[in-house]
Design a protein around this ligand. Structure first.
Ligand SMILES: C[S@@+](CC[C@H](N)C(=O)[O-])C[C@H]1O[C@@H](n2cnc3c(N)ncnc32)[C@H](O)[C@@H]1O
Length: 196
């Protein structure tokens, strides 16, 4: 009987240990990161290609960013557009990005530029963003993604808000202005009309 109790005690201790380790792993940051990873990868619809700094400056100039504006960059990469908007124009700027590595880089760039009070990065699918608080929206995406976003931009943005896209247009929504920067970048500007 003594042996049986001893045996049960050992088995009980081993089982408790295994379940503790298992629940620890389930709750661990590694496990959480893995869950997050599979989630964001399925939502990533545009590859990361950063905009040259010279082009970033031109995008913000084309949008006529001024004090009081709120800038949204949809698919914000390493945060260069929102960081530049805050640093150069002193405006609030929000970046929406799905890739955790890019978000990490954005936070480093925000810190380096000292614009932490003006810039916020949100990990969010751009197809679900409510753009109504923005007065300027910047994008460097893809033609089909621009077309998916177009109804939301037209519906949610206030009249007079500006949309600037690097390289890709919006189908039959005619831009107010198109400019060429250097040899390779084309920038498009749209303004939300008073009557939609
Ligand atoms: C071409 S890069 C542009 C980066 C930045 N705006 C720039 O001009 O330097 C597009 C970015 O969109 C991000 N992205 C792709 N799909 C996304 C989604 N569904 N939601 C949020 N971000 C997304 C990518 O991770 C990438 O960083």
């Amino acid at each position: 009987m003594k042996h049986v109790r001893g045996f049960l005690f050992v088995i009980g201790t081993v089982l408790a240990g295994v379940s503790l380790v298992a629940s620890g792993w389930l709750m661990s940051p590694t496990r959480y990161a893995l869950a997050q990873d599979s989630d964001w990868q399925s939502k990533k619809i545009v590859p990361y290609v950063p905009t040259d700094q010279e082009v970033v400056e031109k995008m913000l100039e084309l949008a006529e960013v001024k004090k009081g504006d709120v800038v949204y960059d949809l698919g914000s990469g390493d945060g260069r557009i929102v960081v530049t908007a805050a640093k150069k124009y002193g405006v609030k700027a929000f970046g929406f990005e799905i890739d955790p590595q890019r978000i990490k880089e954005s936070h480093e760039n925000i810190k380096k530029a000292g614009v932490g009070k003006l810039v916020e990065i949100r990990q969010q699918d751009i197809l679900t963003v409510d753009v109504s608080p923005a007065s300027v929206v910047t994008m460097y995406l893809l033609p089909d993604v621009n077309l998916k976003l177009r109804p939301t931009l037209l519906k949610q943005l206030k009249p007079g808000s500006r949309v600037v896209s690097h390289d890709f247009d919006m189908g039959d929504w005619k831009p107010e202005k198109t400019i060429q920067v250097g040899d390779s970048a084309t920038l498009y500007l749209w303004r939300i009309p008073a009557s939609k």
